[in-house]
Design a protein around this ligand. Sequence first.
Ligand SMILES: [Zn+2]
Length: 301
Amino acid sequence: MKNLPFTKYSLTGSPVACPICGSYKRTIISRFDRRFKILPHSKCDDCALVRHEFMLSDEQLSEYYSKSYRNDYQWVNSGPTSKHIQKRFSEAKTRLDKLQPYLTKHPKVLDFGCGSGEFIELLQDSGALASGFEPGNLYASFARDQKGLDVQNCGWENYERKGKVDVVTAFHVFEHLTDPLTAFKKAISWLNVNGLIYIEVPNMANALKLKGFGSLHMAHTIGFGRYNLELLGACNGMVPLEIFDEFDISIIFKKGQPRPLEEIKSNSIDEFNNVTSKQVNKQFWLYSASKLFGKRSKVSF
Ligand SMILES: [Zn+2]
């Protein structure tokens, strides 16, 4: 019953200002998520960040994560499956290859939202002193108890850090948050003077242009493009050291003098140009039809 289309989720939040630029000006780009559940999304008129129109409170969100998230999106209500672990190891390897040129011989690295801990494990094997934290109980206990990794079971608000690190990593975490600015600030507080922050998120501009509202769901409270991610760093005095602009977007940030915020916002608005409710709707059907008939969807806008 809970996945019945054209109905609302049991948890509904309320409208909020843009979690990055603070603007209230926004435009609805979809009424539905990929399950045809009613879950309106809007795009910020000033920086193009996509967000849930009715944002859940932190309490509601943690209720959702502790009770429904893994079950909703990975169809398991137990710990990580071997298929999941295999996939995560392969992703962790790619990410470590990207970060490696910037690592010292025995770096201290903290993985923010470390899941079942594959990235931490690889880092340790490469000589790093790696640790992490993860709010999901089953994943955190798997990493800590079964693998013996230095992992705390908590969210970023409650994480207690003794000593600074050289790098904070966060892979596919920031799109789940309601207050990415404060979370980013917190990550900076864990860093050494010349520390780096390496963040990867899905690129919502790419996803919407490919799948339309098929790319929207309950777990992703905000959707970044390449420039929204740069803006998040810029608002905190950090600049890209390297950008991996693939289908997903990842940036390794270092401290520095950012470009003017208005310039970054303007780039972001260009990136999301034509991401309108009409196009998001149309692209969903084009993509669905192409899947049905076995053809690859072309990006039509
Ligand atoms: Zn904004």
